[in-house]
Design a protein around this ligand. Sequence first.
Ligand SMILES: [Zn+2]
Length: 213
Amino acid sequence: MKCSLCNSDIKDRKSDNKGKIYHICHNCKLIQLDREFYLSREEEKQRYRLHENSAENKGYLKYLNSIITNSISPFLKPENRLFDFGCGPEKTWAGLLKGKGYNVSSYDPFFDNNSEWINKIFDAITAIEVFEHLLSPAAELEILSLCLKRGSFLIIRTMLHNNNWESFLKWWYREDPTHVSFYSETAIMYICRRWNYELVQIKNHCEIVLRKK
Ligand SMILES: [Zn+2]
């Protein structure tokens, strides 16, 4: 078994009390759900439709606005070109950014599968609640990296684990069956080294801002 982020051989395999198996990379500290437990593409899509991520959900809007305050406004100016990777069915986040004056393109493998963004260069890419769903994060990071220039930002929202198996077992975040890849700060630092980013900030163990070197 190879790590889907750093490609190291993984020998550490652990299971929870329900028999769900995880692979733990000792190099980059990525924890991956075993493939046996992946949903089918159709089940995965259905599951995303259940998320209450529309603009009518006030709590969700408040949450997204706090990401703008913490991780977008300090670094980006209106009219900057933003690319929302994994926009979901409602495009609520992309809509909010447009409302703030940003020039936003989006893509989602299930809900907006277009190739218009490939080979384009953006001032920032946002991936809000996306990385935990990625089966092959290294492959996606490779493609995203080609869409950023020096000084561009990669803004990721995913909850980080703290490299402790006992607390991982108790973590609600792993209960969502579409969550398959779990990162820690160690994995974020690995991403910075391999794809040439500088770590700008990590807020609340979940909002990560990287700048292309
Ligand atoms: Zn790894």
